[in-house]
Ligand binder design. Structure first.
Ligand SMILES: NC(=O)c1ccc[n+]([C@@H]2O[C@H](COP(=O)([O-])OP(=O)(O)OC[C@H]3O[C@@H](n4cnc5c(N)ncnc54)[C@H](O)[C@@H]3O)[C@@H](O)[C@H]2O)c1
Length: 334
């Protein structure tokens, strides 16, 4: 803990946490509220895969818990697809908005070969387009006050998983976060947008596990046994929220970072670029870069220790652009 600010508090600030009626969002909301933040607990009450009727007032239960503990919160039942309605409710209740935790999400269980356009669209609508909708409504407020902390929720599924639409939607969130950060930086605003990659045992993972087992049984395969209680305890969702609360704090200067959190483990990820394979010499002889040169350069292209991070659009984050590297290389050759 820092000496100047031993306890990270949020007095006077307002957070919107979407999908906060249960699971990870609930824990984020409770922890923020326990540190003086006023919280809007948004949750439609959807099934894990976004299908079916809304199942009632889960957000009220979280609000009651926050109030019972001496905090301030209101419930909001709009779908995150209606970003303006959600943000209007935040302003109507508390008159400001400092922190947006985009947590609401659904998980559709289809593997790539089974994926339908309907399932793909439903996943993208909630996990990606709805984040666009929330951020479009919140952005003018954050710009006006020149301050904000935004957390996006991705997933380890984006590294590759049997849930193709979900994985794609979560990878999309990373690109959106990077671009929002890019614009905030260009406008010289104290707005930080970062990405959380959580792992936890929640309603989402349990119901998903059951759906997968049903499918396995239908296919004549054996059902997979649920994880032992000790593993589920280790994966309790409250073990994730410390990262969210840090990323939401004024002291946090991280920009466009991606952090894993879960089971008492935290780590940072970044996009890595390998050592460069220059084709300029080959070009002189052959007139153009050759596929065989790329084939022979596989060792260099796997050398990440000799590489750097790819740059953002204006070069303010990451290493030099490909063009800058080539120009430097050509100059060194002269
Ligand atoms: N649990 C994990 O291991 C895990 C891993 C990676 C990513 N995530 C992501 O973390 C986030 C939270 O997941 P969780 O595990 O707590 O899931 P969960 O299903 O337990 O909770 C998600 C909540 O979002 C709400 N929600 C769904 N659609 C909504 C909508 N249109 N508007 C408002 N609220 C809506 C649901 O009602 C639900 O209460 C999701 O974005 C999920 O994809 C979870």
């Amino acid at each position: 803990m820092s000496e100047t600010n031993p306890i990270l508090r949020f007095d006077g600030q307002v957070a919107l946490v979407t999908g906060a009626g249960r699971g990870l969002g609930r824990e984020h909301a409770l922890l923020l509220a326990s540190r003086g933040c006023k919280v809007v607990v948004n949750d439609l009450g959807a099934a894990y895969d976004g299908l079916g009727e809304s199942t009632g007032k889960v957000a009220d239960e979280v609000v009651s818990e926050i109030i019972a503990a001496g905090g301030e919160a209101i419930a909001n039942y709009d779908s995150v697809e209606n970003g303006q309605q959600v943000v209007d409710a935040v302003l109507a209740a508390f008159g400001r908005l400092d922190i947006v935790v985009n947590n609401a999400g659904i998980l559709t269980p289809e593997v790539w070969s089974e994926l339908t356009l309907e399932s793909w669209q439903r996943t993208i609508d909630i996990n990606l387009t709805a984040v666009f909708s929330i951020m479009k409504a919140a952005w003018p407020i954050l710009v006006e006050q020149r301050y904000g902390r935004i957390i996006m929720t991705a997933s380890p599924a984006m590294y590759g998983a049997g849930v193709a639409a979900y994985a794609a939607s979560k990878a999309g969130v990373v690109g959106l976060a990077n671009s929002i950060q890019f614009e905030a930086k260009k406008l010289k605003l104290d707005i930080k947008c970062n990405v959380l990659v959580p792992s936890a045992s929640t309603r989402m993972t349990t119901d998903f596990g059951e759906a997968i087992n049903e499918r396995r049984v239908q296919q004549g395969k054996k059902a997979v046994r649920p994880a032992p209680e000790a593993i589920l305890d280790r994966l309790s969702p409250d073990k994730v929220s410390a990262m969210v609360v840090w990323l939401a704090h004024n002291d946090c200067q991280s920009e466009a970072t991606i952090h894993e959190a879960g089971a008492g483990f935290f780590a940072q990820l970044h996009m890595a670029r390998s050592a460069p394979l220059f084709a300029t010499e080959v070009e002189k002889v052959m007139g153009a870069p050759m596929p065989e040169h790329v084939q022979q350069g596989q060792g260099i292209l796997s050398d990440f220790a000799g590489g750097d991070m790819p740059p953002s659009g204006d070069g303010s984050m990451g290493g030099p652009s490909a063009l800058e590297q080539v120009m430097k290389h050509l100059k060194a050759d002269e």
